[in-house]
Design a protein around this ligand. Structure first.
Ligand SMILES: [Zn+2]
Length: 408
């Protein structure tokens, strides 16, 4: 059967939320079904933007799959929408008979959120193009992230400048125009995204800011975007990747960040503007305290080692937290004084242990073998020294093992 292009209702009315249509085709695909309609409001995944979500409703009994015939109306979830050769495929969990008249309803909050992000992206990309001459070579709009990739390098000042200009365009509340120009009209129009598109070109014009070929739904007026904020930017390939957040998403982020700042302000009893400085001071303080703690640890361990009777063959030390380098140094000192297995274990029964075991004349790998046998320890090393870690190693077990070494 010759497949007919799906009529895209969203092309001319981005604000329609419900529609009626006829099922043209229905085919099983994996554990769900792909249906095509004669027309649809569901925007398919395309141009870097995720698809619309929503429901398709049918009268009970018209579903082919085991559904109760007494149910007056059944809504099934549209989980994904794709486009191929101008035909739009709706993924649904149940089959619907070809010819059935259905009602469709898109998730409007999700759609409007995408429209806010996408229209803002056009103003941003148009402004970058006008001021700095770079192309938008990559666009990604998911439920959490909006990124744009530009063909050249933008610095912080340039990005702040574009951010301000986009927000000015939002305050100006400019009407966004969607048009379907003829070939002659197109030839006289300067616009972005001049890809070879078969068939009718759709132009989205934001007067004074951008003209771009685009198939996605847009807000009527720029004011509906609310706000655009650049979240981050970084070097990407030969250009710059910019992450933005707009509209309702930006308000949500502002709320979260404001709540966090309010909590910090209360915790520190400081106004917002003094929190950054206080955190810098705390970082310095922690750095200095760590240094002093390490020095105290070193002294304590020195005292502990000096208290071990000199005639002791094997030595076992269990410490809460022993820095790796200091641990190695201490094991070396111990093996100079004691001929048997000298082991230092850092950690506790709950979180597990890191360990180093050394021996002057012998094979430390024997101790590792014993540890592997009793507690599945992991590690490796030389005859002089082994190191590793173990999760389920009890302090009691360790002491017994070392007593056993002493008897050998
Ligand atoms: Zn677009």
């Amino acid at each position: 059967m010759e497949k007919k292009a799906t009529e895209k209702l969203y092309d001319t009315d981005a604000y329609a939320k419900e529609f009626t249509a006829r099922v043209e085709n229905c085919e099983p695909d994996d554990d769900s079904f792909l249906i095509t309609l004669d027309r649809t409001l569901f925007f398919p995944e395309s141009g870097g933007q995720t698809s619309d979500r929503g429901f398709i409703s049918v009268h009970g009994g018209e579903l082919l799959e085991a559904l109760d015939e007494n149910v007056a109306q059944v809504s099934i979830t549209v989980t994904d929408v794709q486009i191929e050769d101008e035909i739009i495929y709706h993924r649904v969990p149940s089959a619907i008979a070809v010819g059935t008249e259905v009602c469709g309803c898109i998730d409007w909050d999700h759609r409007f959120d995408n429209m806010q992000q996408h229209s803002a992206e056009h103003i941003f990309s148009g402004t970058v193009h006008r001021l700095y001459g770079y192309e938008n070579v990559g666009f990604h709009l998911s439920d959490n992230t909006v990124t744009m990739d530009f063909s050249g390098t933008l610095d912080e000042e340039q990005i702040r400048n574009v951010e301000s200009i986009v927000n000015r365009a939002i305050y100006e509340n400019i009407e966004i125009d969607v048009s379907f120009p003829t070939k002659e009209e197109l030839a006289e129009t300067d616009f972005r995204s001049k890809k070879e598109i078969e068939g009718q070109m759709r132009l989205v014009t934001i007067p004074g800011y951008d003209v771009c070929a685009c198939c996605a739904p847009h807000v009527h007026r720029t004011g509906e975007i609310g706000i655009l904020k650049v979240q981050s930017f970084q070097r990407y390939k030969q250009g710059t990747r910019v992450q933005i957040i707009c509209g309702g998403r930006a308000l949500k982020l502002f709320r979260e960040e404001h709540d966090l700042m309010t909590k910090l302000s209360n915790d520190f009893s400081l106004p917002f503007e003094e929190i950054g400085g206080r955190i810098d001071d705390l970082k310095d303080e922690i750095y200095n305290l760590k240094g002093r703690l390490m020095e105290a640890d070193r002294k304590l361990s020195e005292i502990k080692r000096s208290m071990i009777p000199a005639d002791r063959k094997n030595v076992l030390l269990i410490e809460d937290d022993y820095e790796a380098l200091a641990m190695r140094k201490s094991v070396n000192e111990l093996t100079d004084r004691h001929p048997g297995y000298c082991g230092i274990f850092s950690g506790n029964d709950k979180d597990g242990y890191r360990f180093i075991v050394g021996i002057k004349d012998g094979d430390a790998r024997m101790a590792l073998g014993a540890l592997q046998k009793i507690c599945n320890a992991k590690g490796g090393g030389s005859p002089q020294m082994v190191q590793g870690s173990a999760d389920n190693l009890g302090e009691q077990l360790l002491r017994e093992l070392w007593e056993h070494f002493e008897k050998d």
